[in-house]
Design a protein around this ligand. Structure first.
Ligand SMILES: [Zn+2]
Length: 336
């Protein structure tokens, strides 16, 4: 009888809950909207009811190892407090973990959503045979997670891995974090739309302007990507900028950490073909560590620096969250 764990991805838009067995098989997945407007107590209540229902359904078939929950924003590992979360307004300094544990009457593991996604790719995705990796998630913002020897690298308080706020332009576009010129301002879906609108306003992108001002189309980073694929030079220039900015950050990460693998995920990664060439050029230019460890330098060895796209899509965070209680119970078994 296989054991299983619950993984939760509590986003600002969607709440997703999965039951996953210890081999990584998805037993069940639920998706509902997060009714952020109804307040945090309502959202937490709905989430706990849903978790309870999934547990009740699967518990007769196997042992529950625990529940891992990925949340957007900066959390404190020790207190389970959410410090800052732009996607969950009004949740700042809210003792999320305590509230959930009170309702579920059991311990849960709270984790930053980007860290959970990195763990998912490490367990079952692009980095499944890799010990140490860093993942960047390019979505509305840019998240990051670092896994060292199979465990999330938390830093002192759980806030490590905020690679989305590494700088690529010292005097660049202001960022929600208080700094300016962060990679999030050049490689997120939000940034791609902003850069497209900037190009339109400057009169440099007539075809993008036509599409953006069309009556029935929502203008988003996917549309900019489609324009790039169709050969629009303004759209291509935007993705080149995305690639260069990413290349700067990935080169810095390689130089600092010398990890086995750097995984790029999130919605923007579907435009891989449009930004990856510029990214790889930049990495080669800026990272001597990469130049000495690139796969073509040391073919056939296991010790090459791999830069690749994520494989699990939006499920990475769910699988990663479910994996967290499994790691804890494995560690406990070893000490007994
Ligand atoms: Zn920032």
């Amino acid at each position: 009888m296989p054991s299983f764990a619950i993984g939760v991805d509590l986003g600002g838009t969607n709440l997703r809950i999965a039951a996953v067995d210890e081999h990584g098989t998805l037993l069940e997945k639920l998706t509902t909207g997060t009714q952020v407007a109804r307040g945090r107590d309502f959202v937490i209540g709905e989430m706990c009811d849903a978790i309870q229902a999934v547990v009740t359904k699967h518990q007769p078939k196997g042992q529950l190892l625990g529940t891992g929950i990925g949340v957007p924003g900066i959390t404190d590992l020790e207190t389970g407090m959410l410090y800052e979360s732009p996607n969950l307004p009004g949740w700042d300094h809210y003792p999320v973990r305590e509230e959930i544990e009170r309702r579920l009457k059991t311990k849960v593991i709270l984790e930053n959503d980007a860290n959970a996604a990195a763990m998912g790719e490490k367990w079952l995705g692009a980095a499944r045979d890799i010990a140490s990796m860093c993942m960047m998630t390019l979505g509305t913002g840019v998240g990051g997670g670092i896994v060292v020897n199979g465990r999330i690298w938390h830093g002192m308080t759980g806030m490590a891995g905020e690679v989305g706020h590494m700088n690529v332009e010292p005097e660049g576009h202001p960022c929600g974090c208080g700094s300016r010129g962060c990679i999030e301002q050049y490689a997120s879906a939000t940034a791609i739309v902003r850069m497209a609108r900037e190009a339109i306003a400057a009169g440099n992108a007539p075809d993008l302007a036509r599409v953006a001002e069309g009556p029935d189309k929502e203008f988003n980073s996917r549309i900019v990507y489609q324009m790039a694929v169709q050969g629009d030079s303004a759209a291509q220039a935007i993705y080149t900028k995305v690639g260069r900015a990413l290349g700067i950050t990935v080169a810095d990460l390689i130089n600092a950490f010398n990890l086995n693998m750097y995984v790029i995920g999130g919605g923007v990664v579907s435009a891989w073909e449009a930004f990856a060439p510029a990214m790889m050029d930049e990495v080669k230019k800026r990272s001597f560590v990469y130049r000495n460890t690139a796969p073509d330098v040391a073919p056939g060895t296991k010790k090459a620096t791999i830069i690749t796209r994520a494989l699990l899509g939006t499920d990475a965070g769910l699988f990663g969250a479910a994996r967290l209680p499994m790691i804890e119970s494995e560690a406990m078994e070893r000490t007994h």
